[in-house]
Design a protein around this ligand. Structure first.
Ligand code: SF4
Length: 254
């Protein structure tokens, strides 16, 4: 499933409310630093020349949409996600600056949110851009290197969980941590971030990072790896319980 235009929606998001989607990655194929086994956009393409919309094209598309909507539709959020990792756009900081300015002008109550896989948090301009947003929704699917690599398949094979946690810690908890729980198999190797060993490592990472919100969710649509299992609501409740008991703000989408 690919998002077809720079601005799409508004759609009702189970996690975010009435959301205007922003697609600043290529429209024809996913461009991402991960290749998650559950990615709704399919697998990364080995060879392709990505064509990204320019800052000006993005600003114009958003302004046109916000002008049309200003009088008759209530928007909760403008959300950057879509066909890959939005922070890869080389003009990401300016795009966020433009978006915040347009939001202030046309729809001041709307939040600006970015869903990111956290892999670009070593770049200061990405961190600066994310600090300008109202919501930073940042992925950490597993807290052991082996499971993170099996689930997310980072393009940078040297990426570690320790590095991701260090980068996430820059926000001093002022972000939403997002984790997809799943089980299954890929390339003959088991995938399971719900085992007691994996959960122990993930709880520890959560306690270290103390995010203001945690979103845990399950597979919802067709996945490129077909041998994956959706975790039940009951099991998600069990995964969440120890953190809820400790006072964390946790949302389950299951
Ligand atoms: S980080 Fe998101 S866009 Fe990238 S592969 Fe994973 S699910 Fe797909």
């Amino acid at each position: 499933m690919l998002f077809p235009s720079i601005v799409y929606g508004p759609i009702h998001s189970r996690r975010l409310g009435t959301s205007l989607g922003m697609e600043i990655m290529p429209l024809e194929h996913k461009l991402c630093t991960f290749d998650c086994v559950y990615c709704e956009c399919g697998w990364n393409k080995k060879v392709f020349q990505p064509v990204l919309p320019t800052r000006e094209e993005i600003r114009t598309a958003l302004e046109t949409q916000l002008r049309q909507m200003a009088n008759d539709q209530c928007l909760d959020v403008i959300t950057f996600s879509g066909n890959g990792e939005p922070t890869l756009h080389p003009d990401f900081l300016n795009i966020i600056r433009d978006t915040c300015a347009l939001r202030d002008r046309y729809c001041p109550s709307a939040k600006v949110s970015v869903l990111s896989n956290s892999t670009q948090l070593g770049r200061p301009e990405v961190v600066e851009a994310l600090r300008l947003c109202d919501n930073r929704i940042l992925k950490l699917d597993a807290a052991t290197d082996e499971m993170m690599r099996r689930i997310d398949q980072p393009v940078n094979e040297l990426l570690t969980v320790t590095q991701l946690i260090e980068w996430l810690a820059q926000f001093n908890g002022d972000f939403t941590l997002q984790t997809c729980f799943l089980r299954g198999e890929h390339n003959g190797l088991p995938i399971d971030n719900t085992s007691s060993q994996e959960l122990e490592a993930w709880y520890k990472a959560v306690e270290t990072l103390r995010p203001k919100q945690i979103m845990i969710y399950v597979i919802d649509r067709k996945t490129p790896e077909e041998k994956l299992e959706k975790i039940s609501r009951e099991e998600m409740n069990r995964i969440a319980a120890p953190l809820i008991d400790k006072g964390f703000n946790l949302i389950i989408s299951a």
